[in-house]
Design a binder for this molecule. Structure first.
Ligand code: ADP
Ligand code: MG
Length: 244
């Protein structure tokens, strides 16, 4: 059974059919890319998976559980994590405290935690920062990091609770080509314990890091397959040459 199964999911905004009978399956340990023209429904699909809104029809199963109407909190507890298109680090807090908040969202409990728990959390925060080359910036305010480093900090925050599936919506937006290349490199090691569903504008980047691609067009799945299969798809080439 796939880690994530989206079955016949529909979502309308008024009369606009943003998602129209979407089926996708994401296997554990795979990097799954969502591509398609602007407005094709990529962000809407990620939000339905994350629980930011509920679909009007269809079902979503994660790790053997029906999560179609589960709250975002319940999904996070089940092992789903996400980073949206818009940066959401808290600029007035240090990089360290941003990750700590992702792990221990109720800071009022901090004084009640045992020193052992605090040491464990400290280890997890530093591991998350190291993974994204931010250990030496731990004490710096998140707002003082470069745009690319803020994006990495957000991915580090999303990964800190050790999810089974990470959802990323255009994580390399605004990055330099070099930062983009490094992002791909830094994501690779998570494959051993976490699957990825990623939306990206940069086709070369997504083809480079993903195993599997789903192509959306006007709220429907236009094509789905391995990167090599999608590269050969004439339907996809037509849509990309005419509309992207
Ligand atoms: P993509 O991420 O592929 O660019 P989106 O999923 O953001 O596309 O949007 C799909 C369609 O749904 C677009 O036509 C968009 O304008 C519309 N849409 C998305 N979110 C909303 C919303 N909250 N209210 C109304 N329309 C929306
Ligand atoms: Mg989008």
């Amino acid at each position: 059974m796939a880690l994530l199964e989206v079955r016949n999911v529909g979502k309308s905004f008024g009369t606009l059919r943003a998602l129209d009978g979407i089926d996708i399956a994401v296997q554990a340990g795979t990097f799954h890319g969502l591509i398609g023209p602007n407005g094709s429904g990529k962000s809407t699909l990620l939000k339905a998976i994350a629980g930011a809104h509920f679909p009007n029809s269809g079902s979503i199963t994660f790790d053997g559980r029906d999560i179609t109407t589960a709250t975002p909190y319940e999904r996070a507890r089940a092992g789903l994590s996400l980073k949206f298109q818009i940066t959401a680090v808290l600029p007035e807090l240090s990089a360290y405290d941003n990750v700590l908040l992702a792990l221990q969202s109720d800071q009022s409990l901090w004084s009640l935690l045992s020193s052992r728990t605090r040491r464990r959390l400290n280890g997890e925060v530093m591991t998350a920062l190291e993974r994204f080359r931010l250990a030496d910036r731990a004490d710096d305010l998140a707002g003082e990091l470069s745009h690319g480093q803020q994006q990495w900090l957000e991915i580090a925050m999303a990964l800190a609770p050790r999810p089974k599936l990470l959802l990323l919506d255009e994580p390399t937006g605004g990055m330099s080509p070099e930062e983009r290349r490094v992002t791909g490199e830094l994501l690779q090691p998570i494959r051993s314990h976490c699957a990825l569903v990623i939306v990206e504008h940069d086709l070369d980047f997504i083809k480079d890091i993903c195993d599997h691609l789903t192509v959306l067009d006007q709220g429907k799945v236009l094509d789905d397959g391995t990167v090599a299969e999608i590269e050969r798809s004439t339907r996809v080439q037509e849509v990309y040459t005419s509309r992207v």
